[in-house]
Ligand binder design. Structure first.
Ligand code: ZN
Length: 296
């Protein structure tokens, strides 16, 4: 998800706290990731009009502290009515701070269907290939495994692109945070931590493989331990050792730059999928999508 990291120290203490509590860390505390963008100093964060929500903060409190109305705070951060602020996350608190990145001719993936859940359509604008291929891969997975829940798509980008708190990426409509498939629930409305006990490797691998095979995927960030489960499943579904060495970073070191599927901290509750446009052309018509992602 690429949080703009509050602070190395804060993250370290959150990790320690998580370990001390002996519980799975809350998704949001765990989402920080170094990769995909540089860490921001406090000063830089302020220049960019960002602020970290403190423990106990509500939208009301945070907005007031920065002289904003609740409505403009929600608008600035593209928060839907039901969404709350979460401690440790960065939010945009200035209308004038510089924005970077952009998305021309972006399309929203729209609302929830029988194949996928969209958490907030206002934060789900992507390039045409991102949106079309995500839909097609989710629909293919749903056809193959009609029982069970749907994949959840959280943030892609906002209309027009640009900075989307709390991410450093998700600016140009080419990245999505997608849930894993789980074995123990029939419906999921939000991203949810995957463990060895509830991770549905079969469906998750089918979905990811459908996308990767299109040649439009640049990178997928998946927690190291979940990669192990996916590799076992990939073998079952017929992947050769060469395929596995090309697709997965595991068992190379976590810093290794090999593999489409790589580790980044905080990716046990969702995978971060980054698309690319192989021939510099991000537009795909229906026939091309069908060719890239088979119907069966
Ligand atoms: Zn992400």
């Amino acid at each position: 998800m690429h949080l703009l990291l509050p602070h190395r120290l804060l993250l370290a203490s959150l990790v320690t706290l998580g370990l001390l509590l002996g519980a799975a860390m809350p998704v949001d505390a765990a989402r920080g990731s170094k990769h995909g963008g540089k860490r921001l100093s406090k000063r830089k964060a302020k220049e960019r009009g960002l602020a970290v929500a403190r423990k106990g903060d509500t939208i009301d409190r945070l907005a007031k502290r920065h002289g904003l109305s609740v409505a403009s705070f929600r608008a600035l951060n593209h928060l839907a009515a039901h969404q709350k602020v979460r401690a440790g996350k960065r939010y945009r608190v200035s209308r004038t701070a510089r924005l970077a990145g952009g998305l021309r001719a972006g399309v929203s993936i729209g609302t929830t269907t029988n194949a996928y859940v969209v958490v907030n359509p206002l934060r789900a604008f992507g390039r045409p290939n991102t949106v079309a291929l995500l839909r097609a891969a989710a629909e293919r997975t749903q056809r193959r495994f009609p029982d069970g829940h749907r994949v959840v798509f959280e943030d892609i980008s906002v209309r027009g692109g640009g900075f989307l708190p709390p991410h450093t990426e998700h600016r140009g409509g080419q990245e999505v945070d997608a849930s894993y498939y789980h074995t123990d629930v029939t419906s999921m409305r939000h991203l949810r931590i995957a463990t060895q006990d509830n991770f549905d490797a079969e469906r998750t691998w089918f979905f990811l493989k459908s996308l990767i095979d299109t040649g439009h995927i640049d990178r997928v960030l998946v927690d190291w331990r979940l990669q192990v489960l996916l590799i076992a499943e990939a073998r079952k579904q017929g992947a050769t050792e060469d395929d596995i060495a090309r697709l997965f970073q595991h068992p190379r070191p976590r810093r290794s730059h090999v593999g489409i599927i790589r580790h980044a901290p905080g990716h046990n509750g969702h995978c971060h999928i980054r698309f690319k446009c192989p021939d510099g052309d991000c537009d795909l018509d229906e026939a091309e999508v069908r060719e890239l992602i088979p119907q069966s």
